[in-house]
Design a binder for this molecule. Structure first.
Ligand code: TA6
Length: 301
């Protein structure tokens, strides 16, 4: 790929380890092939679309029908929701999950750390973003592709007034069958059930998915574990500076309403989203930073 973008970033490449390539839709992405893992991260939305630890299967779900175009979020991978989660409370016309996941970011750095590779991309406020949100900010998505996947979302308030935002790393996990999958670690945690008028409920035991599920678990910093008896693996998701966790599967009928979900793909994905949403939005004073970090490990059994 010799587009101007690739040329401008050629200096970041690490031969045989990290390359700028043309991805789907002609969008530039960083392809990682490190000793510990392979992975992909598009400049579009700083969007991770693949993480495959050496010797393991692909961990991330990516829809075969996803669009790859400016102005649209990729379906699958790790969409970045910022500076609001879901719909914008005061503007029904605003894009769902904020405006950073559907725009092109810039490459900040690529570094090899042992057998892993860390890729950092950033986006900053400008006149366009201020049409939706008046704040001044710099947002960095720093991702370590190694034997574990570490996703870090770092917000710097570059303005002169405090800002409040919501955020989520809306991670789509591949599963062998959603009906057999179980999510542990949320027992007794209260959640908003978005399939039932946002009613507040309490989780009893592990989470099983038996219909459309759209739950925002509140005031929880707990690690969760996704057990997949079909792919015979456990995925552990630990998080730092995140006080809500979202679990989502659209199930059959809702999935049909998305043009970028292929038939039956809903059966092979579950979103587990480290986030700060609803009453747990984050306040950052001028010049201050907030870092939310997610670490994903997989183990076969
Ligand atoms: O995180 C769950 C959720 O908020 C669901 O309500 C559903 O809308 C999902 O995100 C996907 O949203 P998207 O805008 O990516 O289609």
């Amino acid at each position: 790929m010799d587009s101007a973008v690739a040329q401008s970033y050629r200096r970041f490449e690490i031969p045989g380890i990290a390359q700028l390539v043309e991805g789907n839709g002609g969008l530039p992405m960083v392809r990682v092939t490190s000793p510990e893992a392979s992975g992909e991260m598009y400049l579009h939305g700083a969007h991770v679309t693949s993480w495959k630890p050496q010797g393991a299967d692909e961990v991330i779900f990516l829809s075969s029908r996803s669009k790859f175009e400016s102005g649209r979020a990729i379906r699958g991978g790790v969409p970045i929701c910022f500076p609001w989660f879901g719909g914008k409370a005061d503007d029904p016309k605003a894009p769902a999950h904020g405006f950073v996941r559907a725009k092109s970011w810039q490459l900040e750095s690529i570094a090899q750390t042992g057998g892993a590779v860390t890729v950092a991309m950033f986006t900053e406020s400008n006149e366009d973003t201020k049409k939706w949100w008046p704040a001044e900010f710099r947002l960095v998505h720093r991702v370590k592709f190694g034997s574990e996947l570490v996703l870090e979302l770092e917000l710097t308030n570059t303005g002169k007034t405090s800002l409040r935002f919501e955020e989520a790393l809306h991670t789509y996990h591949r599963v062998g069958s959603i009906e057999a999958a179980r999510v542990r670690g949320l027992d007794a945690v209260q959640y908003l059930d978005k399939t039932d008028s946002n009613r507040k409920k309490t989780q009893h035991g592990e989470v099983a998915i038996v219909s459309e599920t759209d739950s925002v678990y509140l005031d929880t910093s707990a690690a969760v574990e996704l057990e997949d008896p079909v792919l015979r693996r456990r995925t552990r998701v630990t998080k730092e500076n995140s006080r809500t966790t979202v679990v989502w599967n659209p199930w059959k009928e809702k999935a049909r309403t998305f043009s970028d979900f292929a038939e039956d793909e809903w059966m092979r994905m579950i979103c587990i989203e480290a986030s700060n949403a609803s009453d747990f939005a984050v306040d950052v004073a001028p010049g201050q930073q907030h870092k939310m970090r997610v670490t994903v490990n997989v183990a076969a059994f």
